[in-house]
Design a protein around this ligand. Structure first.
Ligand code: MN
Ligand code: MN
Length: 293
């Protein structure tokens, strides 16, 4: 069943904003520019459009595939040769648009083409009755045909109100079966192409967190942190957004109590390069609407 008229227009408007901000933001990724400044200015663009961030702007370099963002002490600048993933989530009243592009500051056109062609071809296949495994098959094919590895342990995902990871999951490799697509499903497709192993693991760097439970908390700094993320409705937040000098102690305590979870940076092997492209789609009776086109 399609989302009702209001939900549909929120999804589509969020998608338009995400697409415009991502395009404008991409133009700021230039050698010598400061990462923190660019991340903050792109996040500000979303708010200037009257929308909210569904998660902190993910900006991940080279072998880092996902879940990095600027820290408040961020010193990095963009350098020649960098492969930069910009992954943006915008929401209107909780209806989310999730979209990503890769910016090449080196000589990696074919790597970028691989994830982009995988996304384009997968989107063309979307309609009721098709399986998520079939989308994975075309994604894997387009990436391997160009000599790269799809990242097998990252997937696209369903979207629901205020929720970024719901069924169906959309694999980046061929899969027998999987979810059968139905009219009205909303999900993100996000192929990753890698020069490395095609698998990501967790780095020690952690900048993104999410509240996953509501429990009474005694530690004042932890209580204050929860209060400051309450209006996020459980959507992820950045350490940078809650920085008051006591945030690390508060986060450690909240993680210990099972109230907050962390999202470590996910990376392929050191020295590898990863590209990503992502759009959000809504399945219609005979195809799909790409909200972030
Ligand atoms: Mn994304
Ligand atoms: Mn996504």
């Amino acid at each position: 069943m399609m989302p009702d008229e209001d939900a549909l227009s929120y999804y589509c408007d969020a998608g338009k904003i995400a697409s415009a901000v991502l395009e404008k933001g991409s133009s700021l990724i230039k050698i010598g520019n400061q990462v923190l400044e660019i991340v903050e200015s792109i996040e500000q663009m979303v708010e200037d459009q009257g929308a909210g961030l569904a998660f902190p702007l993910n900006l991940s370099f080279n072998e880092d595939a996902a879940h990095d963002t600027a820290s408040s002490e961020e010193q990095r600048i963009f350098s020649g040769g960098d492969v930069v993933k910009l992954d943006l989530g915008v929401h209107l009243e909780g209806y989310i648009a999730d979209t990503a592009v890769t910016i090449d500051l080196g000589d990696n056109a074919l790597l970028l083409e691989a994830s982009e062609a995988a996304l384009t071809n997968a989107i063309e296949m979307v309609k009721p009755g098709v399986t998520s495994g079939a989308l994975g098959r075309i994604i894997q094919h387009e990436i391997e045909a160009r000599g790269y590895h799809p990242i097998t342990n990252l997937t696209g995902h369903g979207l629901a109100r205020y929720s970024i990871h719901t069924p169906p999951s959309i694999p980046n490799i061929s899969y027998q079966g999987g979810a059968i697509l139905e009219e009205g499903m909303v999900f993100a497709i996000e192929p990753f192409a890698s020069t490395g192993s095609g698998r990501v693991s967790e780095k020690r760097r952690i900048e993104i967190f999410q509240q996953t439970a509501v429990k009474p908390v005694r530690l004042p700094s932890a209580r204050k942190l929860l209060e400051s993320v309450r209006k996020r409705h459980g959507m992820p937040f950045a350490r940078r957004w809650v920085g008051d000098g006591k945030q690390d102690l508060a986060l450690a305590s909240l993680i210990n109590q099972g109230i907050v979870r962390s999202y470590p940076v996910l990376s392929d092997v050191p020295g590898s390069l990863v590209s990503q492209h992502e759009h959000t789609v809504i399945v219609t009776s005979d195809g799909c609407i790409v909200t972030t086109a």
